[in-house]
Write a protein that binds this ligand. Structure first.
Ligand code: THU
Length: 160
């Protein structure tokens, strides 16, 4: 038996001003996008914003449904907007944040399904997606690729 040690690097910023201006822009967009969330069941409004290689920035928010599994997370809503409008342009960065009644002051990170969906977009375009995560306030976590959040990923090349 041997052990495989998997390493993840997360950059931690204390303030949005410390981020690159292009990252500041999408994090601010993600905060604003929480206002468009349809989250009457969880009251957990998530905002996601993307920057594409063509310079366009897009946002999405979670859209819930009374039949709970039918709802969609903010990250996948944003990715669907991007793939529908600009299918030729890789996604280069994504910001994710949240708004709830009780202020969350630690970063929210994409759920497992969203990690898999983001991973597929990285694979599709062959480009890493920088992931920027923040709660309503507090520290900002940045990873250079979804692979940092999804080690030992399930990849399409295993399929027949
Ligand atoms: N949610 C997201 O939008 N993104 C995530 O990564 C985690 C969860 C949404 C789904 C649901 O509408 C609410 O947050 C509570 O789970």
């Amino acid at each position: 038996m041997k052990k495989l040690t998997l390493k993840t690097t997360v950059q931690v910023y204390h303030n949005i001003d410390e981020l690159d201006p292009v990252d500041q822009k999408i994090l601010t967009m993600a905060h604003k996008a929480t206002k468009d969330a349809w989250a009457p069941y969880s009251r957990f409004a998530v905002g996601a914003a993307l920057r594409l290689a063509n310079g366009k920035c897009l946002h999405g928010s979670n859209q819930e449904n009374a039949a709970y599994p039918t709802g969609l997370c903010a990250e996948r809503t944003a990715l669907s907007v991007a793939a529908s409008r600009y299918p030729k342009s890789p996604v280069v960065a994504m910001a994710v944040t949240v708004k709830t009644k009780d202020i969350i002051n630690r970063p929210v990170s994409p759920c497992g399904s969203c990690r898999q969906a983001i991973f597929e977009v990285e694979q599709r375009y062959g480009e890493n997606i920088r992931i920027i995560m923040q709660g309503q306030t507090g520290d900002i976590y940045v990873c250079n690729s979804i692979k940092d959040l999804l080690p030992l990923s399930f990849t399409a090349d295993l399929l027949p």
